[in-house]
Design a protein around this ligand. Structure first.
Ligand code: HEC
Length: 150
């Protein structure tokens, strides 16, 4: 290590390097966040496909089941199946580098907690609590879509 390296020559060099690092990080973040929202980093599944195959289907089925009023154990079990799929989705949407920011992460947390509350209500066969939990779960849809659905 040279000891005659004056601060005058060292600092401009350092700030040029950190400026370059900041620029690279900003560019990297920008392109990443666009890719992350519509698709994960490694796996082929697009967010749109997941929404169509999982959210549309299972969220719709929970609503239909609750609106009809679950009449027997099979009907409750079916609601639990769809709620468990939505709960799993709260993890899938956080995986594979798909999450771009805190809004996304917060919506996933809401989705996870709301779907868990649906499952708890199903365990108690409590239609009213299930309806409330469903409302809490679906608050996640709008929260994420407002920020990230183009
Ligand atoms: C963490 C973020 C996030 C959450 C939570 C979320 N979505 Fe989405 N959703 C998206 C994004 C992003 C798109 C747009 C995907 C695209 O077009 O590339 C989308 C699109 C959709 C679409 C349109 C798919 C199409 O055919 O274009 C449906 C339907 C949908 N979401 C349903 C839901 C429902 C129902 C919920 C709540 C239970 C929900 N989503 C919660 C991120 C989210």
């Amino acid at each position: 290590m040279s000891t005659n390296c004056s601060s005058r020559s060292k600092w401009p060099m350092l700030s040029a390097i950190s400026l370059a690092a900041v620029l690279v990080a900003l560019l990297g973040l920008h392109s990443d966040s666009v890719a992350q929202v519509t698709k994960g980093k490694e796996r082929p599944l697009t967010t749109k496909q997941w929404m169509q195959a999982v959210h549309k289907v299972h969220c719709g089925a929970i609503k239909k089941g609750l609106d009809a009023g679950p009449a027997d154990d099979d009907a409750w079990a079916e609601i639990a199946l769809h709620a468990a799929m939505m709960n799993e989705s709260s993890h899938v949407l956080m995986a594979d580098g798909r999450c771009p920011d805190g809004v996304w992460a917060g919506a996933c947390k809401t989705l996870g907690q709301g779907s868990q509350a649906v499952l708890d209500a199903v365990a108690d066969k409590d239609v009213e609590a299930a309806g409330k939990a469903f409302g809490a779960m679906t608050a996640s849809c709008g929260a994420c879509h407002k920020a990230h659905k183009k």
